[in-house]
Design a protein around this ligand. Sequence first.
Ligand SMILES: [Zn+2]
Length: 268
Amino acid sequence: MRLHVLGTAAGGGVPQWNCACPGCTGARAVPSRRRLHACLAVELAPGRVYLVNATPDIGEQIERCPWLRPDGRRTPLAGVILTDAELDHTLGLARLREADELEIMATDAVRKAVGEGLRLDETLAPYVRLRWRDVEGAELLPVSGKRPRYARDFGDGQWVSALRIGGLVYAPAMGVWPTGFGDGADVVFADGTFWDDDEPRTAGFSSRTAIEMGHLPVTATRERLAALPARCLYTHLNNTNPLVDPGAPQHAELKGVEVASEGTVVEW
Ligand SMILES: [Zn+2]
């Protein structure tokens, strides 16, 4: 199997349209620092590719992936796997309405949020049928019970998951470090939303800490990741994370864990 990294940013992207923080300003000045919303293309079998999460950048992301080039009106895109129901991971479903049918794998909680909260099944029905199915050939492991704000009345459930497919573990958001996380994996993508727990407060956009927002910060996970035999990369970087600046001194404190970038291909 192989994967192609199609995006590495948290909600808003880098730069975020209404932000002039150092990370966003740097990305406007230096195009190579731009990051699209976090997304992977995973080829489970030759010519059978799944997107992991459907972001607002999905059209551009599909164009950037050579494995997703259509042939006539046939596409190698087999479906979408959702690791949570956050808007930055689900709004792209609407952009796939030109498909005849769209296969989506997700937990029951995520399916309910997209169907009854965003009403996408109903809204898209005249264009495309969303065919929901249980995850097969992969596992979704619970990593947080944090609901999207639009789904705050929906009750408890498996709201945020880490995806495991063979030797790949993909956890763009993780509120906890589950027992055995990353054991036996070849490649692990972990939550790199925030550098440290105070970042949302010091950056001035939230009164909550990173952990209160459902994200273990880099400073809480880098040593545990570095201890895994797997290749480990941070993804889902918020624009306030100093790691979006390739010259930031924090890169020297990563203990060998990498920062994912768009275009990276990993085979395992
Ligand atoms: Zn910013």
